[in-house]
Design a protein around this ligand. Sequence first.
Ligand SMILES: C[S@@+](CC[C@H](N)C(=O)[O-])C[C@H]1O[C@@H](n2cnc3c(N)ncnc32)[C@H](O)[C@@H]1O
Ligand code: SF4
Ligand code: SF4
Length: 353
Amino acid sequence: MVTPDKRLILNKYPLKELFVEITDKCNLLCKHCSTEAGPTGEQQLNFKKIVEIIDEAYNLGVRYFCISGGEPLLHPDVFEMIEYAKKRGMKKVTLYSCGYITGNLQKNKTLLERLASSKLDRIIFSLHSSDPMIHDQITGIKGSYEFAIKAIQYAVTKKMKVEVHCVPMSYNFKTIPSLLRLCEKLGVEQLSLLRLVKQGRCMDNPDLVMSKRQLNVFREIINKLKNGNYKTRLRLGAPFNCLFLDRYTKCTAALCKILISADGSLFPCEAFKTSARPAPNIYKMSLFEYWSKDPLLWKLREDRQKITKACKDCESLEKCRGGCPGQRYLIDKNFTKKDPLCYWKVNGVEKVV
Ligand SMILES: C[S@@+](CC[C@H](N)C(=O)[O-])C[C@H]1O[C@@H](n2cnc3c(N)ncnc32)[C@H](O)[C@@H]1O
Ligand code: SF4
Ligand code: SF4
């Protein structure tokens, strides 16, 4: 039951999306992994807890349920979770996967077969490059590219709604155009580029971060691609707003979504997974308590109302809206510094910070 008190907060900040990392186990060891997942991962949310979370989320108005990890297909109850979420009324249930579930192609196919016959609405595979060597170098596992491609091909054949995610980094950004063409060839609907967050295992691999010079080339690449005519849609999310690529989306952290990690920690979105620790925990509070009382969520909401000091004289602020709060929080935990990716225009000329 949503009481009138709750309704007031939910009217202003309607919680719509829930991202849950159900396990931190994974058979890959990606150099950039924000979850620091790996074969020895032991954290997982059990089915009973997921049911409680889905029930409360549904009552609060969530209709978009996203299952991530680690590798979620390694969780023994993942199919029951999908089924329960759909039965409970979630309109869109999405699952993230690296395509390398186990090191056995036949076992993977069996898992994907089960997924294809489930009520899952969308599957998002991570493909880090069109070049097998670069993909495997990033994942740390030789042969993982072949598994990812086979998984994508299988899902497309089964008419699943398939998307690909890629994180542009120093190793792979030059292969983005060929990755887009590969996605087209594979029949992928959308290629989304995620912005690298310096957290988790990425902190041990600082060479992944693009230099200013590389960032300029990346920007040129995207500027060329965005006017091309591809069957696969190229999407860049809100974290790239401050690159001024003329595609602006709204950051929704603290406005309509929550992320829960495998140990139960609660975050405004994936970009806060390291910097906002120690975090509130779903084993100690309800989703609504977090949504209505968490100081970081309120700071994020209030920060959007104010023009932060670092950006207040910038003529482009209306477009980028100050960049990605998660990236700013990484710098000083106070949102007072500029987004480190900030490009801004002075007298119409682009400047790099
Ligand atoms: C954490 S993974 C979990 C799901 C699955 N194992 C996979 O790799 O798709 C979800 C997505 O986050 C991306 N990711 C991981 N670490 C990241 C980081 N430090 N910054 C940005 N994205 C990251 C991955 O590349 C992947 O596309
Ligand atoms: S990014 Fe995904 S595939 Fe890579 S180690 Fe992390 S959880 Fe595993
Ligand atoms: S804080 Fe950054 S990563 Fe998180 S939703 Fe906003 S723009 Fe996206």
